[in-house]
Design a protein around this ligand. Structure first.
Ligand SMILES: Cc1ncc(C[n+]2csc(CCOP(=O)(O)OP(=O)(O)O)c2C)c(N)n1
Ligand SMILES: [Mg+2]
Length: 427
């Protein structure tokens, strides 16, 4: 015990430990959540100084109103064909997720992660970016690949770690890497993509290129040191990068309060770094599109980075290894006031007279068939549930351009052991 405590008569300190509002079995009431009306947010010029519009980091940019109409300065005024293409990519992302989730449940692969309720965030961004802008995603932006028309069969081959898996079984299922579509390898180590995106953007600018970078991480991941060093570099060098934070309010079983959500918004992180910060309704595809378009214009004209918080809700489990009924109220998803992104865009198109329920139902059927056909095709190359499909030694290959001696030694040791054990999976 300390002997000399001059302030021993003071009240003891206490620690604040955040606690989510609703736990399993609780009735959910989001009525105290501030949801500003669509069309209310100001849209500053893309070359305005970040400190002139700091309110945007605390508000919520919304375009689609309760009447399903687009309203206000952020309305990107997209032609109906583009809206329908965006709706289709979002619905295809959902159909893909449904099928692959079932494939995992059928034992065809070990792991899957859905993006249910968050489809607008990846898809609308892909529509607003140029096709060759470089994306550094987390594991919930499969919508980027789908919006960029990447092969579903190729994605599935990776999920099945089969003979045609371009990554030769080296990555966890869903951790894609698609150079052809400017989609950087997904890393299981949260937030490593942030400094990588900023570094890539700095290199793009330093070499006089015209391409910009965009990156995504979850709100939980903003607690990582990588997030903050990336923001510092992005701010100092005015890197042409869009820093997206997907605030779906949960990080597996930890709620957003553990990443700081009780004190301020995630977009407000931008204020301290002197970066432009926007907080947008992540379930409003038009708001996501408009924010990305605005941020891309800033980046492309050397105005520097923008941090966009997409406020959304993770409608399903974190992954196939998770059971959310153990830690959050089952009523949250249904009560979530910002609705479902696909339904909102669909209803908008219907309000415009450019879509109807019959066409939507027909599209859903067609997309389910497309995904089913792709799965059949991919399954011809094998599924993970039936064992390994790649020679064992591939795990050491294509990581370094020239394999270091110690890895060559380990590979040989492994092959000798496999041979002694009678394992057949080798070249
Ligand atoms: C550095 C690191 N820490 C912890 C984990 C384990 N982990 C994987 S996903 C996850 C939750 C991340 O939540 P969030 O950033 O909000 O993203 P979301 O899953 O909600 O999209 C955690 C803690 C990890 N993969 N890497
Ligand atoms: Mg999260």
């Amino acid at each position: 015990m300390p002997v000399d405590r001059p302030n021993a008569n003071l009240r003891p300190l206490s620690l604040h430990v955040p606690e989510p509002k609703f736990r399993p079995g609780d009735t959910v009431d989001f009525s105290d959540l501030a949801v500003p009306p669509a069309g209310a947010a100001l849209r500053p010029a893309s070359d305005a100084a970040p400190d002139s519009f700091r309110d945007l980091a605390y508000g919520l940019v919304r375009v689609l109103g309760e009447d399903n109409r687009a309203i206000g300065a952020w309305d990107p005024k997209l032609p109906p064909d583009r809206l329908r293409a965006m709706l289709r990519a979002m619905a295809l992302t959902r159909a893909f997720d449904e099928r692959m989730y079932r494939a995992q449940r059928q034992g065809k692969t070990s792991f899957y992660m859905k993006s249910t309720g968050e489809e607008a965030i990846a898809v609308a961004a892909a529509f607003a970016l140029m096709p060759d802008d470089m994306c550094f995603p987390s594991y919930r932006q499969q919508g980027l690949l789908i919006a960029r028309d990447w092969s579903l069969v190729d994605m599935m081959n990776q999920i099945y770690s089969n003979r045609a898996d371009r990554l030769h079984g080296k990555q966890l299922p869903i951790m894609y890497s698609v150079r052809e579509k400017g989609f950087f390898s997904i890393s299981g180590n949260l937030t490593t993509q942030y400094p990588q995106a900023v570094g890539w953007a700095m290199a793009s600018a330093a070499s006089g290129d015209t391409r910009i970078a965009a990156t995504w991480c979850g709100e939980g991941s903003t607690a990582e040191g990588d997030f903050h060093s990336a923001c510092t570099f992005a701010s100092v060098y005015r890197a042409p990068v869009i820093l997206n934070v997907v605030n779906n309010q949960w990080a597996i079983s930890s709620f957003s309060g553990f990443a700081g959500a009780e004190s301020t918004t995630f977009a407000a992180r931008a204020v301290g770094y002197g970066i432009a910060g926007l907080r947008v309704d992540g379930n409003d595809a038009l708001a996501v599109y408009a924010a990305t378009e605005w941020a891309a214009e800033r980046a492309r004209t050397n105005q520097g980075p923008t941090l966009i918080e997409h406020f959304t809700y993770r409608a399903e489990g974190h992954s196939t290894s998770d059971d959310p009924s153990q830690y959050r109220s089952a009523h949250e998803a249904a009560e979530w006031p910002l609705g479902d992104p696909i339904k909102r865009l669909k209803d908008h198109l219907i309000a415009l007279g450019e879509w109807d329920e019959e066409r939507h139902a027909a599209m859903d059927l067609e997309l389910a068939e497309t995904v089913k056909a792709a799965a059949r095709e991919a399954e011809k190359n094998g599924v993970l549930g039936h064992g390994l499909h790649q020679p064992l030694e591939t795990m050491f290959e294509e990581v370094f351009e020239d394999m270091p001696w110690h890895l060559a030694e380990q590979r040989q040791e492994m092959l000798d052991e496999a041979k002694a054990a009678g394992l057949e999976i080798g070249r």
